[in-house]
Design a protein. Sequence first.
Length: 330
Amino acid sequence: MKTRITELFGIEHPIIQGGMHFVGLAELASAVSNAGGLGIITGLTQKTPDLLAKEIAKCRQMTDKPFGVNLTFLPTFASPPYAEYIAAIAEGGVRIVETAGRSPGQYMPALKAAGIRVIHKCTSVRHALKAEQIGCDAASVDGFECGGHPGEDDVPNMILLPRAADELTIPFVASGGMADARSLVAALALGAEGMNMGTRFVATKEAPVHPNVKQAIVDASELDTRLVMRQLRNTERVLKNTGVDALLAVEREKGAEVSIADIKDFVGGVYPRVMVEGDMNAGAWSCGMVAGLIDDIPSVGELVSRIMREAEDIISTRLSRFVGRGEAVA
């Protein structure tokens, strides 16, 4: 299946694995790329640029296909050394970067000078247009359904994707609620050139996380996520657990006066405890509503092949029944 995204990134299938903290390591990124999609290493999971360089080299040994690196620009006073991370990416021969968080504008000259193609994760059309304006090559448009940070507009993909298609000239992929062939076909129908999957790729054999995490996703329904940090305008969709229940209780008690200090025990240092140690109640960790569509833990190759096979069947068989010469549809 050829789309503007497969052509842009030199991949076989229009499927991207989003950057995820303590998940986007070489093992998963290489598996996705080997399956014909675009694997992504999560840059800031690596504590230093040198460690990122080593992770890139490791991934290079595991795949000869294109893969990328995620860089999330955090709203902090003590920013990570982004210029050094970008240098490590460029020196490692990586030519695709997924940016997220704040605008990558100030880093675009360095990224472009290194010949890197940039896909920026956006939760609104206005942010996607800004990404286009500053020279991003593509956008990943995140609907309200997504795990992690869905922004503050609360617009789901059935509205957000066609709005993006109306406004953007750069290609974009759908992110949030993407899990299977139906997701891909729907995304294409709404104007996207592919899809970005996060939560779905966590529940795969190659995902380098504790088995408890994968099983928690399989066991969850679409009703089992919660939104935290709404009062702080840093909304995050996470999987319900006792730590999240306690966090929400603090938010209810403090109301508009809640501060990050009040909830830091439920959001700080959580990912190693969850992803590595398998403590499912440690606190807030990102998970999409799409967990309700996930009921198995296949290999990445099995998952991608299934998606593409079933997507082609939906397009050529089921949807073709609805067009024709006016025949009645059984």
